[in-house]
Write a protein that binds this ligand. Structure first.
Ligand SMILES: *[C@@H]1O[C@H](CO)[C@@H](O)[C@H](O)[C@H]1NC(C)=O
Ligand SMILES: *[C@@H]1O[C@H](CO)[C@@H](O)[C@H](O)[C@H]1NC(C)=O
Ligand SMILES: *[C@@H]1O[C@H](CO)[C@@H](O)[C@H](O)[C@H]1NC(C)=O
Length: 629
């Protein structure tokens, strides 16, 4: 029952139709299994993804590993042994290790799932390379429960299984992490995927699953395709009739183009109902529908065609034929002449280019093995493992996008968990400003400092983010000190330059946590002239002069309001000026130079107002022509 390496697919079908070689190339798809404790067996190994249940593509799961004392092969229900694997609320989920052998892989997983576990590890019973645990062949009673398996499963090598069992029986608590994040390559922002399908709708459970999947998945597939997120290609398997048998009755009824392209008889009864070649022809039509739709840049119309055809033209109602197909084609606005041309002549003893390409594509390339079973889904050239169901498949496709490029449909709660909701994903956040560095992606979360109000935050994203670059002071004052009192606001944030926070004039401090008012009066910073009287204010000071004097803030001094008297330092300048004037023409240039370098515009203004400059012969013109009262 366990299919190793080679998959037979011609169930009930004549073995005449072989795929060219008996050794089909089969690739075991893997995920990784990490033991996180105990210390002595820590490490990461590969495990093989089971081809049923729901692998958590793009995700990972941590759990405590249990090896049951009884029913170790899990072939019986654990109820009989009164064993339950349900984990207590808040504790890690239980993973169960079981042994290979005696019954179907799927049955083991089903029994463990029924007992409440979250994942199953199956230990191989012989030393060999990893194999894929497959679903049983059709007709087996197991198909009843197989669709209800929802937990992931993985096969591990015998020696690794022995190591785990030894640790568990030795009393260690074994914690493991199953990781599917790298199970699908995710190189860029577009996922290429292909479905190997079949138009046959009467092959039992497998066909029902496939038809159901097409219907369920159509909506999402079309959204992804229209948005340019994916490039989907449908494929169809055909077999060929060995040369010696091309003229036999069987080959004639199941093949077209003289034994080149064949499909099994739908009812496996050569004398009644539809024949294999009817299936080949409809498959060919569906391929051509895709090609013609793709040529007009509407590849998603294929999904409409196959689902409509399924509903309107079922074999059961004897409508599985060209007439019915043509009505569907026309209703979708497809060019039926082009489709007819693409299909060619099924009776010709010649290759059909479309089907020939399909047969060539069946052979594995690169990371993908040969396609020998239906249905087969390939995502980014890796074969999908797991059940063919909407949610499970969407996970695998979503896992194929480079982080942060996944479409919105991948970030809904039924596809992935938003890791930013739990403790903000361990990323930086500023709750007050409603800012976070956590960005949810399909494969987990990333911590990246946000862009808010046009200002890019900078930092490691985990413990630290702060506004950077121009405009940073707009956001929370750039993390610098700021305060306002009585309608006056001060901020220590500097928008430009390397220094981010610096206390404004009138304050001292680190600029980040605090800036304290400088008491200019007591610290003798200003307003210290004999006539001055000083009063400190927040961020500044007030200075008044006694008597008739006027305080000039820029020069921190008092001057007379009258025209004749100038006090303090102005008197000194006056004396110098007189001296220089008296020194005569020889010193004129020196005088002029000194005058200019001493006097800024304010001094000039003041002097023009308070000094009798117009009586001086040597008054420079530019001083005398302004502000004359
Ligand atoms: C599987 O699930 C379906 C729907 O939930 C249910 O009707 C059916 O009985 C289940 N089958 C088994 C074998 O548990
Ligand atoms: C569909 O069209 C795209 C681009 O137009 C092309 O790259 C791709 O090969 C086509 N697929 C098939 C199967 O013709
Ligand atoms: C915080 O921001 C997010 C999106 O940026 C928004 O959806 C949410 O409503 C905001 N919350 C508050 C409390 O402002």
């Amino acid at each position: 029952m366990e299919l190793r390496g080679f998959h037979r697919l011609l169930q009930g079908f004549m073995l005449l139709f072989l795929i060219g070689t008996c050794h089909a190339r089969f690739v075991v798809e893997k995920n990784s299994l990490t033991v996180t404790s105990p210390e002595k067996i820590k490490g990461t190994r590969d495990s093989a993804i089971g081809n049923f249940g729901v692998p958590k593509y793009g995700g990972s799961m941590a759990g405590v590993l249990v090896y049951p004392k009884e029913n170790q092969k899990a072939c019986k229900s654990f109820d009989e042994f009164r064993i339950s694997f349900k984990s207590k609320p808040g504790s890690l989920p239980t993973f169960v290790l079981v042994d290979r052998g005696d019954c179907l892989f799927a049955l083991k997983v089903w029994n463990v799932q029924q007992a409440g576990a979250s994942a199953v590890l199956v230990a191989d019973d012989i030393e060999e390379a990893l194999i894929t645990m497959d679903t049983p062949e059709e007709g087996h009673s197991s198909v009843k429960y197989i669709e209800n398996i929802t937990i992931p499963s993985a096969l591990i090598e015998k020696t690794f299984g022995d190591t785990l069992k030894k640790a568990i029986s030795g009393g260690d608590r074994v914690n493991v992490n199953l990781d599917w994040r790298e199970a699908v390559p995710h190189p860029d922002d577009r996922v290429e995927y292909e479905l190997w399908t079949n138009s046959n709708d009467e092959c039992g459970v497998k066909c029902d699953i496939l038809m159901g999947f097409l219907k369920d998945f159509k909506g999402i597939a079309q959204v992804l395709e229209k948005g340019g997120y994916t490039q989907f290609t449908p494929h169809y398997i055909t077999w060929y009739c060995p040369g010696a048998f091309t003229l036999s009755r069987q080959c004639k009824s199941q093949c077209i183009n003289h034994g080149r392209y064949c499909a099994p008889d739908p009812e496996q009864d050569f004398s009644s109902g539809y024949e294999g070649k009817d299936v080949v022809i409809e498959n060919l039509r569906q391929l051509c529908v895709f090609r013609v739709a793709n040529e007009t840049n509407r590849p998603w119309v294929w999904w409409d065609y196959v689902t409509d055809f399924q509903i309107r033209c079922p074999m059961k109602e004897k409508k599985y034929n060209k007439e019915c197909a043509d009505t569907v084609i026309r209703s979708l606005g497809l060019d039926d002449k082009k489709i007819k041309k693409c299909m060619g002549d099924p009776d010709a003893d010649a290759d059909n280019p479309v089907l020939k390409e399909e047969q060539e594509a069946q052979v594995g390339k690169g990371s993908r093995g040969d396609v020998t079973i239906l249905p087969t889904l390939v995502v980014n050239n890796h074969q999908y493992r797991g059940k063919l169901a909407k949610g499970a498949v969407l996970k695998a496709i979503c896992a194929g996008f480079e982080e942060t490029t996944e479409p919105a449909v991948c970030l809904t709660s039924d596809v992935e968990t938003n890791e930013c909701l739990d403790n903000n994903g361990g990323c930086w956040q500023d709750k007050a400003a409603n800012l976070t560095a956590c960005k949810d992606t399909f494969r987990g979360r990333i911590c990246k400092c946000p862009l808010a109000n046009g200002v890019q935050f900078k930092g490691d994203g985990y413990s630290h983010c702060e506004p950077g670059g121009p405009g940073r002071c707009r956001i929370n004052n750039g993390g610098c000190w700021h305060e306002s009192r009585h309608g006056i606001a001060y901020s220590a944030c500097l928008d430009e330059g390397d220094v981010k926070c610096k206390c404004p004039p009138g304050f001292k401090g680190d600029g980040v946590n605090s800036c304290q008012d400088i008491d200019e009066c007591n610290e003798k910073k200003a307003c210290q002239c004999p006539e001055c009287s000083c009063k400190d204010t927040w961020g500044s000071y007030e200075c008044t002069c006694s008597g008739d004097l006027l305080y000039i803030r820029e020069h921190d001094t008092c001057i007379s309001k009258t025209r004749t008297e100038v006090r303090s330092s102005w008197a000194a300048i006056w004396v110098i000026l007189i001296g220089l004037a008296m020194a005569g023409g020889g010193t004129y240039l020196v005088y002029k130079y000194q005058l200019r370098s001493y006097m800024d515009s304010e001094i000039r203004a003041i002097m023009a107002q308070y000094m009798p400059l117009d009586s001086q012969a040597e008054v420079p013109n530019h001083l005398s022509d302004s502000n004359r009262a």
